[in-house]
Ligand binder design. Structure first.
Ligand code: PAF
Length: 280
């Protein structure tokens, strides 16, 4: 497996792979890789001839008060994990490669990015769309794999790809969970054992909603009320939102239309922000 640090080298490689007719699969990450990421790499390896994993902690998607500085950086361990999961290349650029001095161009999706995460993190998706568009231009993928764990990120990127005619198929990998239900996330490592225990309420709330829908419940009010009730039992959790939304537009829906609705949750577990969701 090869590690690439410069944009120029990555673009030359992408050109060479494409001219040989190889299908390029891209898995964009910020590193601190866990099994959830590795499942996305395996998914890319099933569908592409050459798998490129990008590792870049993207400063533009963090607000000044967020965890950019403390976000875990462990390139060596990540590279070994990528190799084990079937990646062919790791593109790990420096900050200056992606945002050279004087950088001033940004991409903003103006609809899907607005609710939910967009309310409390108004500049977050501008950073995500900008860096993902750049990674598409640098790595020239045929497919790009993202995790359903970040449901709104998936919807925003799908909209950007459609609106800007990127010739990239977006593949969505399922959320991987720990045995007790907690969705895998690089931020779980910030949790103390007590916080981690209380955080189980998030997946319990989602699973309860799934069970209610299986039993015939469709109404947003009932599903959101029950999920909120489960979260409110935990002293350390502060709910940011519990919302039933359309999985593509992120607009609120009043009833579940099976397969098209997402119940999305964001909470503060004391100083750690956690998100999770379930497609209903
Ligand atoms: O999901 C992530 O890790 C990031 O938002 C992404 C897509 C790699 C862009 O920085």
């Amino acid at each position: 497996m090869q590690i690439i640090r410069s944009v120029q080298e990555m673009q030359a490689l992408a050109y060479e792979l494409r001219s040989k007719g190889q299908i390029i699969g891209l898995v964009p990450t910020m590193g601190a890789l866990h099994e959830g990421h590795l499942s996305l790499i395996r998914l890319a390896a099933e569908r592409a001839d050459a798998v490129v994993v990008t590792i870049f902690v993207n400063p533009t998607q963090f607000a000044p008060n967020e965890d950019f500085n403390k976000y875990p950086r462990e390139l060596e361990a990540d590279v070994a994990k990528c190799a084990g999961a079937g990646a062919d290349y790791v593109f790990a650029p420096t900050h200056e490669e992606i945002y050279p001095k004087g950088y001033s161009t940004y991409i903003t999706e103006e609809h899907v990015a607005k609710p939910l995460e967009g309310v409390s993190r108004p500049t977050h998706f501008r950073g995500v769309t900008t860096v993902v568009a750049k990674l598409f231009n640098i790595c020239r993928p045929d497919i790009a794999v993202f995790g359903q764990k970040d449901a709104q990120q998936v919807a925003v990127i799908q909209k950007m790809v459609a609106d800007l005619n990127f010739p990239v198929d977006i593949v969505v990998g399922p959320t991987l969970r720990e045995a007790d239900g907690l969705a895998m996330s690089s931020r779980n490592r910030y949790l103390t054992p007590t916080q981690r225990q209380e955080a189980l309420a998030i997946s319990q709330a989602l699973f309860k909603a799934r069970d209610m829908v299986a039993a015939g419940e469709r109404r947003k009010d009932r599903l959101v009320a029950e999920a909120t009730h489960i979260l409110s039992q935990q002293r350390r959790i502060r709910v940011i939102y519990v919302a039933l939304v359309d999985r593509r537009t992120m607009e609120p829906v009043r009833e579940v239309e099976p397969g098209n609705a997402v119940l999305a949750i964001a909470v503060w577990m004391e100083e750690t922000r956690l998100i999770d969701n379930i497609v209903l």
